[in-house]
Design a protein around this ligand. Sequence first.
Ligand SMILES: NC(=O)c1ccc[n+]([C@@H]2O[C@H](COP(=O)([O-])OP(=O)(O)OC[C@H]3O[C@@H](n4cnc5c(N)ncnc54)[C@H](OP(=O)(O)O)[C@@H]3O)[C@@H](O)[C@H]2O)c1
Length: 308
Amino acid sequence: MHTALITDYSKPPAYATVDDLPQPTSSQIQLKVLATGLHNLVRSRARGAHYSSPPLPQIPGTDGVGVAEDGTCYYFSVFKRGGSFAEKVNVERSGAFPMPKNLNAIQTAALVNPAISSWMAITARTKDLPENFSVLILGATSASGRLAASLARTLGAKQVFGAARNASALDSLPLNIKLHVAEDPSKTDFSPLQGVEIDVILDYINGSLPTALLSTHKQQRPLQYVQIGTLSGQEMILPNSVLRSTNLTIRGSGLGAFNQAEMVKEVPALLGALVNVEKQKIVEFSLEEVEEAWDRTVDKDARIVFVP
Ligand SMILES: NC(=O)c1ccc[n+]([C@@H]2O[C@H](COP(=O)([O-])OP(=O)(O)OC[C@H]3O[C@@H](n4cnc5c(N)ncnc54)[C@H](OP(=O)(O)O)[C@@H]3O)[C@@H](O)[C@H]2O)c1
């Protein structure tokens, strides 16, 4: 069968022919892949740069949508062993979720990875949120950030605030407060948040922005910070005075911070919620074009999806 195949962490995958899959075991189901998304996670694992990077040779891809022999469509995750950029996959039944009617395969392949980031952060990595909680999204114009605004409301948020460096993209988003991140993120003007109580911060940016925010923003209520992405840095320095002056809880969100069983429990509800999410911009390529399309520049707010 055909797959994308990485044999060198410094090169894009090639379109390759590999041995056909063995028959699925009794705990598995074989799916013909319909669509797989090129997420930041997939790129990072393909470079050998992620804590979960599989060894070489590696079939890239962590999830997708496929159809079983009986015609049932599933969203599937192969995070643990990798390899969704293929014509067929054998997946554990526990990692295959029937698609709700009205959910499109291409959109689903593109959206679950960015969507699950905020869904798991709120459902598994916060505790005792008040009713009608408020959320601040750092990196609100990223695919994950845009979905986070919508999904946080689905999960009960009343007020959703967002910060991003791209002022015009930020302006177009339905947020209660918008913060323009300065070129030097530590110089960002946080005054629109003065007197505002934030229950959860979902951070896709990291680096100096959360440091500056947490050092500046003071509030009465407990504040839960969830580290999710690293668009602008791999680490955050936190003056220890912040920990003494704010009722702050710091957690991260990703597989490891929550376990597989917690994620499996949430995926059906997330798929249901995606039915009502606005369609996102997608650029579609055939798997055959993977080598050339891998590094292709597409619209900033579009996600690449491969179709075998
Ligand atoms: N832990 C998890 O469960 C999980 C799941 C999914 C994603 N993630 C992580 O979350 C982050 C976002 O992922 P994504 O797929 O949503 O990203 P994405 O859609 O590729 O977002 C990229 C956008 O973020 C903005 N951006 C890029 N660099 C930035 C910077 N230095 N400062 C501020 N904004 C910046 C840019 O928009 P503008 O140019 O318009 O500013 C860019 O278009 C990534 O780090 C990803 O690895 C984590």
